[in-house]
Design a protein around this ligand. Sequence first.
Ligand code: ADP
Ligand code: MG
Length: 236
Amino acid sequence: KRVVDDHERLEKEIKELDPKVADIKDFQHLPLSEPTSKGLDASHFKTLTDIQSKAIPLALKGKDILGAAKTGSGKTLAFLVPVLENLYRQKWTELDGLGALIISPTRELAIQIFEVLRKIGRYHSFSAGLVIGGRSLQEERERLGRMNILVCTPGRMLQHMDQTAAFEVDNLQMLVLDEADRILDMGFQTSVDAILDHLPKDRQTMLFSATQTKKVSDLARLSLKEPEYVAVHEAA
Ligand code: ADP
Ligand code: MG
């Protein structure tokens, strides 16, 4: 009963949310689910950083996001909060398979994202995993099929898409490309293009990059649909 009420409240609040006028400074003033609000609170996140207050309301409205923001500006929550909310609002369950994929340039960054996800997502019931190599493909493969949210590096993810027969991505709702400029600088362009080929076109995508290069805008054109551009130039 409570969960049903939470969904009804959210749908109403998000309908009324106008990102063009909203200037929301505190997480408690965003239309968020109870589990996310509790997770943020328990992790001591209270005030939004600049990139978060620009990106999150638009993303909650379902927009694709092209974000420009330096290291340290708080991009992780800018995409993790919308990921959790998107799946929660769709009442995503274990049976629905992979709902969100987050691509990061390095294993270290992927692990950091995963740790933040575990913290703020602790009151949700989604399953989440890391796909960064370092253990056998077979071991990773066995866990993959049960995951709702994956944080990955591009090379390893593509390896699974090519080699893991039962790995389903057809239900995917949300794609995040974090540090897109670094992903491309590290030579992952072909891998990312191939991953995009595997993913359903009807999804929400958020792409973040510290710098806006030609390669990044090519990737943005390939991966985003009518994106909202959000930028901040000061570190939070
Ligand atoms: P980026 O990905 O842009 O480099 P991060 O998401 O890693 O930035 O965040 C940088 C630091 O700021 C982290 O230590 C994180 O915990 C902290 N941080 C992020 N958002 C907030 C917030 N809303 N309130 C307080 N600290 C935050
Ligand atoms: Mg980051």
